[in-house]
Design a protein around this ligand. Structure first.
Ligand code: BGC
Length: 717
């Protein structure tokens, strides 16, 4: 009988002339089914849980290898011992440190996300890792979240476009991306216990789109369930998220892996969609998905069909990765990887203020004071989160020396002490300025043509496992900044950090502010080239910097961190700029903001038609002129807004963007499409997407607050 069905399946595929790809997939499923038939229940269950810190079991008898994994996202983590977190002391695992997630997002360039992915995939192969626990792109709901630096953005569309390309890049190397953390891991305080209460509309419009895109358009082979609960259920046993949405609605064929130690039950997790349990504690054969799962199958609480489905998914991932044909050998820390890290970093740096025209620095500068702990600090490691054992990391001071050292004298003063450790219970005095260090910095800054102040945070201060307490710049930096800017009128303030900070005082008093990130192996070179003008800055903020914490939705509505058990996302869809714009609250720096050494003029915004139907594509065109005398990259941002909506809508939403290089004085006609279906809102009551007919405004913008051209169109019923 089975043979008959098999033949018929093949016949149907042949007769219908389905694509070669479909035939290949059907043949693969047959092969996988054949393997599963040969497996004992015990062997199947061995594949469903960790057998070491970063691998789950294989079946030697059938030549099925272990499924090895590694962190991500900053690069491939160093080899640790099989059963503990200590270094394995390898000499061949020095890797490329790639810019953090928010830096990638600040490039607003999906090609950069793709290149990031390719590097990660190649380095994973060199290390024989099958699953990269990356990219991470939970929505930046709340500015204090300790993992904001790892994540991308507050906007679901920007998130999605980058996630798709990161996944494609990683998987182009036959390595599985594991997109994380599904879903709504938006705060670190209480992450192991908090129940995020989110309405359907906010889930669908804000928190899920990038995951959906990574699965459906990026074809991600695996996904990590988050630590927290969503609407009452742990993410690792959330039938709604894992079975109904991910596997059924989105057609996900790959593997759901728990976050490390994020599994809570055997039967609920097995039946509600988890495929592999990772990172639990205790002896491996006692984990939820080990002997207890075997017992649950024997007692009929979990069916063998469910187990087979999980094994099928794992084998499917293996056949696309470790067991794939022509599997690439990979390479690690190559010059090409450095170039990718450099290019991403160069495009991620955001010029926040340049009022005195101090940047780019002039060639006649004879002396530079480089001041600040961050000038000599490296960011590849630190805090709780996964880091990278780097082959090298160019600090800001090293980059500045390399770029300016031939023509200017470069001197350094530390300026402040970064007395903060993520794993210390109390970091009592970390905010106290060090007067002696400030005096030294001031004395130095008085003597030089230019002062470059490298401040911000670091990987201890922003870390997985905890949230920041406030938006203040730490380590007494403000006192240092005030003192140095008072004595040197040519001070450039460089902030290196991964999340929003309160820069109000600096914005008021300083004329030159540059935002950099935890920007990878080539950070210092990229920064120095921006300061020199070799690179014209083109980064744009991927999240809003609020004037005060109280302005931000989670704080305004008193929903953070919740009562320790629940965090009610009362702001619904009004996350990030959707909140500030709709509530008419001016931010300090808005979403999408970033200056250039040139400036751009917008004209002739047009849509190809005035009236559209659901399913249509709006062909938008707009002309952008580089009005200056240096080449520059502009990020065209298209926002759409419903006129007189019948339901609550955000003031505007990003629906398309494009980064374009424009030569000096030249004009480029940019064509960009917006899908009408992407303008739908999720109707909670009807539990479906609805495209509201009527008038819409479309805005071509240089940031979410800098709207340059507006036109309107209509959607017909
Ligand atoms: C993090 C994950 C990470 C895992 C393994 C967890 O604490 O939340 O992002 O992949 O550890 O290191």
């Amino acid at each position: 009988m089975t043979k008959y069905i098999t033949l018929c399946t093949i016949a149907v595929f042949v007769c219908c002339g389905v694509s070669a790809q479909n035939k290949k997939q059907a043949a693969l499923q047959l092969k996988i089914n054949g393997i599963i038939k040969k497996m004992t229940l015990e062997e199947k269950i061995d594949m469903l849980h960790g057998n070491a810190l970063f691998s789950s079991g294989g079946v030697k008898r059938l030549s099925i290898p272990e499924l090895t994994s590694d962190d991500g996202p900053l690069g491939v983590r160093e080899e640790i011992k099989r059963f503990d977190w200590n270094s394995a002391n390898w000499t061949t695992d020095s890797a490329t440190f790639l810019p953090n997630g928010a830096a990638i997002a600040a490039t607003w360039n999906p090609d950069m996300a793709n290149r990031y992915g390719v590097v990660l995939g190649e380095e994973a192969n060199a290390r024989k890792k099958v699953v990269m626990l990356s990219p991470a792109f939970n929505i930046c709901r709340m500015p204090l979240c300790g993992r904001t630096y790892e994540y991308y953005s507050e906007d679901p569309y920007l998130n999605a476009q980058l996630a798709i390309q990161s996944v494609k890049g990683i998987q182009s190397q036959h390595v599985a991306a594991c997109v994380k953390h599904f879903a709504a891991n938006n705060q670190e305080v209480g992450r192991d216990s908090v129940n995020a209460i989110i309405d359907q509309r906010a889930l669908r419009e804000i928190y899920l789109p990038a995951f959906k895109a990574a699965i459906q358009q990026g074809n991600a082979y695996s996904i990590m369930s988050a630590y927290n609960k969503v609407n009452g259920y742990w993410c690792s046993e959330n039938d709604f998220l894992l079975n109904k949405i991910l596997k059924k609605e989105w057609g996900f064929k790959g593997v759901v892996m728990s976050d490390w130690g994020g599994t809570h039950h055997t039967v609920a997790a097995a039946n509600n969609g988890l495929d592999i349990e990772m990172g639990s504690s205790g002896t491996y054969d006692q984990w939820y998905f080990a002997k207890p799962l075997l017992a649950a199958v024997k007692s009929g609480q979990v069916s063998e069909k469910t187990i087979d489905d999980k094994v099928r998914r794992i084998l499917w991932v293996m056949y696309h990765t470790s067991m794939s044909e022509n599997h690439p050998a990979g390479s690690i820390a190559t010059p090409a990887h450095s170039k990718a890290a450099y290019d991403i970093a160069s495009e991620s740096i955001v010029l926040l203020k340049n009022d005195a025209g101090l940047l780019p620095l002039k060639n006649n500068i004879k002396s530079i004071a480089v001041i600040g702990d961050n000038a000599t600090r490296t960011f590849a490691l630190g805090g709780y989160g996964a880091g990278v054992k780097v082959k090298y990391e160019v600090t800001a001071l090293a980059g500045i020396r390399a770029k300016f050292g031939k023509t200017a004298e470069i001197k350094f003063a530390q300026g402040y002490k970064a007395n903060y450790l993520a794993n210390k219970k109390e970091n009592a005095d970390y905010n106290k300025p060090d007067q002696a260090m400030i005096d030294e910095a001031v004395a130095l800054a008085k003597t030089t043509d230019v002062a470059i102040l490298c401040v911000g945070s670091n990987r201890e201060y922003e870390s997985e496992g905890h949230d920041r307490k406030n938006l203040d710049l730490p380590f007494g930096e403000q006192a240092l900044i005030n003192a140095v800017t008072a004595v040197n009128p040519n001070t450039v303030i460089v902030i290196m950090a991964g999340a929003p900070y309160d820069l109000s005082e600096i914005k008021r008093s300083a004329h030159t502010i540059v935002w950099s990130w935890f920007n990878g192996s080539e950070a210092g070179n990229a920064l120095a080239n921006v300061l020199k003008g070799v690179v014209n800055p083109s980064g744009k903020l991927p999240f809003t910097f609020p004037v005060s914490l109280q302005d931000s939705p989670a704080f305004a509505l008193d929903t953070y961190p919740g009562d320790g058990r629940t965090a009610e996302y009362k702001e619904g869809i009004l996350v990030g700029y959707r909140w500030y714009d709709t509530k008419k609250i001016d931010p300090l720096y808005c979403f999408g903001y970033g200056l250039s050494y040139t400036n751009f003029g917008y004209s002739a915004l047009k849509t190809d038609k005035k009236n559209y139907k659901p399913g249509d594509k709006i062909k938008v065109s707009v002309s952008i002129k580089n009005k200056g005398n240096v080449a520059g990259k502009e990020v065209l941002q298209l926002y759409v807004s419903k006129v007189n909506p019948t339901v609550l809508r955000a003031d505007k939403e990003l629906k398309a963007f494009k980064k374009i290089l424009i030569a000096p004085t030249k004009t480029i006609a940019v064509n960009i499409n917006v899908n009408i279906n992407d303008l739908a809102y999720f109707n909670d009551k009807q539990s479906k997407w609805v495209i509201e007919p009527g008038e819409y405004k479309i805005m071509a913008a240089s940031s979410s607050k800098d709207i340059r051209q507006v036109t309107s169109f209509f959607i017909q019923k």
